[in-house]
Write a protein that binds this ligand. Structure first.
Ligand code: B12
Length: 209
């Protein structure tokens, strides 16, 4: 199953990979092994995107395939099966309703082994503050595609500080971020593609892989 499923996912055979994954589990296959194959395949898709061999459509489809397989695989995983690299509270900032990039990043970073608490789009500062208090993440991720979102990110970082919350790193992503915006917002890292974002999340927490 392993190599065949890996190839089907990397080759973007959505129907074939879902069918094969279901057959594997129905035949008594191991959910943890299935998850590992999906993770490896997602890593390769991310690498191919960074190298320019794959485009946005493949990234989107890769995210969809992973999410579809996880829908029926996650409930079968035992507590402790999912090696968590860390927890991320993720949202698109206030006044910005773009969700596509956030959702792709979410699928890729979950595939890499992070737990994600998705708090949605157009998320006001207070909601980030509440979510951080409640979920105690290792990383706060903010997505931003529009210029108006830059001040929202800055305000969110300030609101988190004012609330006395500080035991986490902040990463920003989306089409409207760069080094300058990172400095302005007071974030620790920025990424304008999902694969880079995953790598940076690992770097921020000093985890291998
Ligand atoms: C699709 C789209 C829409 C859709 C959104 C659909 C949806 N459900 O998301 C609709 C039509 C609703 C829309 C609405 C608007 N849009 Co629009 N939209 C776009 C468009 C064409 C594509 C955005 C997109 O999905 N890109 C693909 C994703 C995958 O890319 P991405 O978000 O960058 O994500 C990747 C990385 O950045 C990273 N990533 C993303 N998030 C995160 C988070 C973290 C933490 C990390 C680490 C990584 C990460 O991973 C992703 C995968 O690699 C862009 C143009 C463009 N070229 O970007 C304009 C664009 C973003 N929109 C724009 C505007 C202005 C608007 C509107 C204000 C238009 C209007 N006048 O009504 C509205 C409303 C906006 C609002 N209030 O938020 C402008 C923004 C300009 C600016 N500088 O402010 C753009 C750039 C178009 C333009 N050139 O004018 N839009």
């Amino acid at each position: 199953m392993h190599e065949e499923l890996f190839n089907k996912i990397v080759d973007m055979d959505e129907e074939g990979s879902i069918k094969l994954a279901k057959e594997y589990l129905d035949g008594g296959g191991d959910a943890q092994k299935l998850l590992n194959v999906c993770r490896d395949a997602m890593g390769v898709i991310g690498d191919k995107f960074e190298k320019g061999e794959y485009f946005l459509s493949e990234l989107l489809l890769g995210g969809e395939i992973f999410s579809s397989i996880m829908e029926f695989t996650l409930p079968l995983l035992k507590e402790g099966d999912i090696a968590k690299l860390g927890k991320i509270v993720l949202g698109t900032v206030k006044d910005d309703i773009h969700n596509i990039g956030k959702d792709i990043f979410k699928a890729f970073v979950e595939a890499a082994g992070f737990e994600v608490v998705d708090i949605g789009v157009d998320v006001p500062e207070e909601k980030f503050v509440e979510a951080v208090k409640e979920h105690k993440p290792d990383i706060v991720g903010m997505s931003c595609l529009i210029t108006a979102g830059i001040s929202s990110m800055k305000n969110t970082v300030e609101a988190l500080k004012e609330a006395g919350l500080k035991d986490f790193k902040i990463i920003i992503g989306g089409g409207r971020v760069d080094e300058e915006v990172k400095e302005l917002a007071g974030a620790d890292a920025w990424a304008d593609d999902a694969a880079r974002g995953v790598r940076l999340c690992k770097e921020l927490l000093g985890v291998e892989g």
